[in-house]
Design a protein around this ligand. Structure first.
Ligand SMILES: [Zn+2]
Length: 357
């Protein structure tokens, strides 16, 4: 006789049941909120399936239908416990398949095919993920050194498994875990002192099937960061020299040589956030003969660009720098393939004048 394996946990068992080992069967009674069957019931597995059928208001089903219904119902129960919005469509399809199991229906409809063991494993992944997340939420990132931070990230790296993309159910679950990772661990944790980077990453995260909106940023704190940067000051002075000599106004836009509009910042938040930015300038002298500027910085947000910046990043840029250029970048590439991190266009607009920077 072939070895029997529990369709939930995949462990071998040699009891008379057709689907589950005795341990799993006991757990299922608890999980589904059924009272333990009395001893006199000979087949506790069949009894469980009957209870599930009754709970779904289905009576007089034959055994085959009862067993199929039980599998779908148990799958649905585990999917519900994972509580991810990305699973809603799949859950609805399984619910509909359950509705179609009737006494006189001929075939058992399988809109969503699944293995109960796969779903059980996915549930265990999410449990593990939530446990680690609980710990990560307690971390005070400003006080953590790079090794510790990297340790946390590595302990969560199992959610960046590219092989899970192939199946719609595991795709939805891994998508959701990655989505939570970027939101909570990176935006709310590692990046919480980098306003622009966290704002841009946050906007690139969208729920399954949705595209992020383009972003227009008009924010004093971010403007302050830009006008105080060396890259900005140097560029403006160059532009005044090149285009403003003996003039009352000038415009720097896509009609000037590329090197006059491409801008890369030296480090910190701006370097992490803006990768291939261009800066357009409208300059005009005021009554006091000072230059006034209208600035527009444009970029396409693409997390995977970050790889190119690795060499560029300033070595003085303190803790967490390497996490960005290596570990987080690699995970970002996986999440970009999953479609968790998406690209979009952004624009930063502000006004400033000579003497302010
Ligand atoms: Zn089992």
């Amino acid at each position: 006789m072939d070895e029997k394996r529990c369709i939930l946990c995949n462990k071998p068992y040699n009891y008379k049941y057709e689907m589950f080992g005795r341990g799993c069967l006991d757990n299922l009674y608890d999980l589904l909120g059924f009272s333990k069957s009395p001893r006199i019931i000979w087949n506790k597995e069949l009894n469980l399936c009957t209870k599930i059928a009754w709970k779904n208001h289905k009576f007089f089903l034959n055994k085959k239908k009862k067993y199929a219904l039980a599998q779908k119902y148990i799958a649905l129960t585990y999917l519900n416990m994972m509580n991810y919005e990305a699973l809603n469509d799949i859950k609805e399809q399984i619910s509909n398949d359950i509705k179609k199991i009737k006494v006189f229906s001929e075939n058992i409809v399988e809109t969503v095919s699944f293995s109960l063991n796969e779903i059980y494993k996915l549930y265990n992944y999410t449990q593990k993920f939530n446990e680690i997340l609980k710990e990560v939420k307690k971390v005070i990132w400003e006080e953590v050194d790079e090794k510790v931070a990297e340790g946390f990230i590595k302990s969560l790296s199992f959610i960046f498994d590219e092989t899970k993309k192939a199946n719609p159910i595991s795709y939805a679950v891994f998508y959701s875990m990655q989505y939570t990772f970027w939101q909570i661990v990176v935006v709310g944790g590692i990046l919480n002192n980098k306003k622009l980077s966290s704002m841009l990453l946050f906007n690139s995260l969208s729920i399954i099937g949705k595209k992020p909106n383009d972003l227009v940023i008009e924010d004093d704190e971010i403007t302050g960061l830009i006008i105080k940067s060396e890259a900005f000051k140097e560029r403006i002075n160059q532009l005044i020299k090149k285009y403003g000599e003996n003039k009352e106004e000038f415009i720097v836009n896509n009609e000037v040589p590329k090197e006059d509009v491409l801008i890369r910042f030296e480090g910190g938040d701006l370097l992490y956030a803006l990768h291939n930015a261009t800066m357009y300038v409208k300059a005009k002298k005021d009554k006091e003969n000072k230059w006034n500027f209208e600035i527009e910085i444009n970029d396409t947000y693409d997390f995977t660009d970050f790889k190119d910046l690795k060499e560029y990043a300033d070595a003085k840029e303190g803790k967490l720098r390497d996490i960005f250029s290596s570990t987080l970048n690699n995970l970002g590439v996986v999440s970009s393939e999953y479609g968790v991190i998406k690209t979009y266009n952004l624009k930063i607009k502000f006004k400033t004048k000579e003497g302010e920077f």
